[in-house]
Design a protein around this ligand. Structure first.
Ligand code: PLP
Length: 396
């Protein structure tokens, strides 16, 4: 039985061209990029070429605006803690949203609890979208950073980053976006978005786990998270991970080449999946905005049953999906993202996230649509909530 992977927002496989691009830097070209000899000069060139490529991919003005990190979590930590440390004399107020990834929320909780920063967690509407007016109204004289994600990992909802960028610029406040779920999937232009800082992560777009990017706009003063050597223009100490840096640069190149065609192909698959579920299964709701949503993500609630049950049944059919975000699955709490959107706990607990990617085909969707209605029916037949619902209908 062919296994079907529909969990690309959790992670992606390494693209074969990325793996190939990385290979020389494990054995043949292994110099430390900081070394002055030829071994070092060779790998220094690899790192600097990668920086230039990534800068071009993100629309940055200068390659020096790109710093390589270990993951999206590190980039988010660097952005927010780095600005909090730099601007602590200017103010102590941070603006973010209730639907951010834990890599942002936990940093804010830490700064709030241990360092006495004040944090505003902005609400979202029923589609999961932030109102830029709320950002404007939340700004105080003490606000030092606004951190709002580009695309939500659970619902795929796209936030109005450009509009928020304009507000931040007008008020001269540093603006960070967590673009971990958008980079490599949709065009990113840091200038158009109006961001000062942007986080991205390799393993979400076919580079390996363990490499990330932070864009730092020229002129943005920010303390490093890691102190030590003068690597990465003194912004991140630690010997550069040359192979992985070559890998993430290759992933950017592939994304640039394939993004349009792949985006259109995957969107058609998601639409087929969405229509198929809505026509075959009753009592379901899509979580997220109908249009302002990235092409690969479908978050859907199956009323009266638990997502975990669906997930396990799908897994036994060789199909992988997710409930909420991968980082929190295993914890049977309603998703903080869906709760913020006003989705009641019982519907949130019956939600599944399907996130599609390169290797998915029409046949994958057909197979999923072939098994899912039966799984839902079987689980509902065992659900006391479903039984009550049927009884109440019969009474009417
Ligand atoms: N931000 C978002 C929106 C994410 O979806 C994730 C991972 O799921 C992260 C940050 C963390 O990225 P990483 O796994 O590279 O640390």
């Amino acid at each position: 039985m062919k296994k079907i992977y529909l969990d690309h927002n959790a992670t992606t496989p390494v693209h074969p061209e990325v793996a190939e691009a990385m290979m020389p830097y494990f054995n043949d070209l292994y110099g430390n990029p900081s070394s002055v000899h030829s071994f070092g000069r060779e790998t220094r060139k690899v790192v600097e070429d990668a920086r230039e490529k990534v800068a071009g991919f993100l629309g940055a003005q200068h390659p020096a605006e790109i710093v390589f990190t270990s993951c999206g979590t590190e980039s988010d930590n660097f952005a927010i803690k780095g600005i909090a440390c730099t601007l602590n004399r200017k103010g102590d107020h941070i603006i973010t949203s209730k639907t951010e990834h834990h890599a942002v929320l936990e940093v804010c909780h830490f700064l709030e609890k241990k360092m006495d920063y004040k944090v505003t967690y902005l609400p979202v509407d029923k589609y999961g979208i932030i109102n830029p007016e709320d950002v404007k109204n939340a700004i105080t004289d003490n606000t030092i950073i606004i951190s709002i994600m580009h695309v939500n990992n659970e619902t795929g909802v796209i936030q109005p980053i450009e509009e928020i960028g304009k507000i931040a610029k007008e008020r001269k406040i540093v603006f960070h976006t967590d673009a971990v779920q958008s980079t490599g999937k949709m065009p990113i232009d840091v200038k158009k978005l109006g961001v000062d800082l942007l986080s991205a992560s390799g393993h979400k777009f076919y580079a390996p786990k363990g490499v990330g990017i932070i864009y730092i706009k020229k002129g943005t003063r920010i303390f490093p998270l890691l102190h030590g050597g003068s690597h990465e223009n003194r912004r991140r100490a630690g010997t550069e991970n040359v192979a992985y840096i070559a890998g993430i640069a290759k992933a950017c190149e592939i994304a640039q080449r394939d993004m349009k065609a792949e985006g259109e192909r995957i969107l058609k698959l998601r639409e087929k999946l969405e229509k198929g579920i809505l026509s075959k299964i009753k009592e379901v709701q899509i979580n997220g905005h109908p249009e302002k949503r990235i092409f690969n993500t479908l978050n859907i609630s199956f009323n009266y049953i638990e997502g975990e049950g669906i997930l396990l049944s799908l897994d036994s059919e060789g199909i992988a999906a997710s409930t909420g975000s991968a980082c929190t699955s295993g914890v049977l709490e309603p998703s903080h993202v869906l709760s913020a959107m006003g989705v009641p706990a019982e519907k949130s607990q019956g939600s599944i996230r399907f996130s599609l990617g390169h290797q998915n085909t029409d046949e994958d969707i057909d197979r999923l649509l072939g098994v899912l209605p039966g799984i839902v029916e079987r689980l509902r037949a065992m659900s006391p909530l479903w039984e009550d619902k049927i009884k109440s209908i019969k009474k009417i």
